[in-house]
Design a binder for this molecule. Structure first.
Ligand SMILES: NC(=O)c1ccc[n+]([C@@H]2O[C@H](COP(=O)([O-])OP(=O)(O)OC[C@H]3O[C@@H](n4cnc5c(N)ncnc54)[C@H](OP(=O)(O)O)[C@@H]3O)[C@@H](O)[C@H]2O)c1
Length: 265
């Protein structure tokens, strides 16, 4: 199936590894030109080269621009530079790192504010800065990388549970406001996708509980009806579909990609 993405121009944040990188890879494979961003320029340069090698795309199909999405000035500069390098913008993928763990009584005001900057205001600012270019292109897509925690709170992750839900509500409202401009807004919520972050989370739990890593991972898999973690490529392919003209009529939705973990209707 041709998704119709050839020639589209995309900005993907937090894309030096993990889910963001997987989305960027699938967009490049489909013929998009992509700006990838994260805080570390060396890592971005290496990732850009690897994506081109993996997909067989020319070197100028991907460009890395360093930016911290939690910093307002970085976001302004990133979007301006990305639009200038791409010659416009059709697709925006908003992604960031996750906030630290903690229960209600453990997290401080400073951590609450930092989580809002990282997982809510980053999206607000990226979208605000990108809307003029998306409108000039005659419309486009915005896809945010969220978490299954927006459907069912995850214990000891109160910051993610709360802030990502606020972001989901903001995106739903935004979707209604920009639908008439031919801009579709989607929120993609992963369950357990095997990235470095998930391996690290499992290792931390293994250490805490003084158990072998393999045992902790078996526990996690047992909670997933499909019996396995998702792969970054599976996440990336779904994102590419949602960002493509093949998805012509869906907006304002949160889509779970979780192997069936969330039991709610
Ligand atoms: N993997 C999962 O199963 C899963 C499940 C639920 C939710 N999530 C969420 O999905 C997002 C991506 O997860 P992942 O598994 O891909 O994590 P990851 O493998 O740790 O990758 C995180 C990426 O974010 C970048 N990043 C972190 N903080 C940033 C910042 N302030 N500004 C710009 N870039 C930043 C990192 O690059 P630099 O260090 O170079 O900045 C890196 O490229 C996270 O918010 C995570 O909490 C993931």
């Amino acid at each position: 199936m041709d998704l119709g993405l050839r020639g589209k121009r995309a900005l993907v944040t937090a894309a030096s590894q993990g889910l963001g990188r997987a989305v960027a890879t699938e967009l490049v494979r489909e013929g998009c030109t992509v700006v990838i961003s994260s805080r570390r320029i060396d890592k971005l340069r290496a990732t850009a080269a690897e994506i081109c090698a993996e997909t067989g795309a020319p070197e100028d199909a991907v460009c890395g621009i360093a930016a911290d999405v939690a910093a307002a000035a970085d976001v302004e500069r990133l979007v301006a530079d990305a639009v200038s390098w791409l010659g416009g913008l059709d697709l925006l993928v908003t992604n960031a790192g996750g906030p630290p763990g903690g229960t209600f009584e453990q997290v401080t005001d400073a951590q609450w504010l930092a989580a809002v900057e990282l997982n809510l205001l980053s999206v607000v600012r990226l979208v605000r800065a990108s809307l003029p270019a998306l409108r000039s292109a005659g419309g486009g897509r915005i896809l945010n990388v969220s978490s299954m925690s927006v459907r069912e709170p995850i214990p000891s992750l109160i910051l993610s549970n709360t802030v990502r839900t606020a972001t989901m509500a903001m995106l739903k409202t935004l979707a209604l406001e920009v639908a008439a401009d031919n801009i579709q807004v989607l929120n993609l919520a992963p369950g357990r996708i095997e990235t470095d972050r998930v391996v690290w989370l499992d290792s931390q739990r293994a250490k805490r509980e003084n158990r072998p890593l393999a045992e902790v991972q078996a526990d996690e898999r047992a909670r997933i009806p499909m019996g396995r973690y998702g792969t970054p490529a599976e996440f990336g392919r779904l994102a590419a579909f949602l960002l493509s003209p093949a998805n012509g009529y869906m907006t304002g939705q949160t889509i779970l990609v979780d192997g069936g973990v969330i039991r709610a209707l």
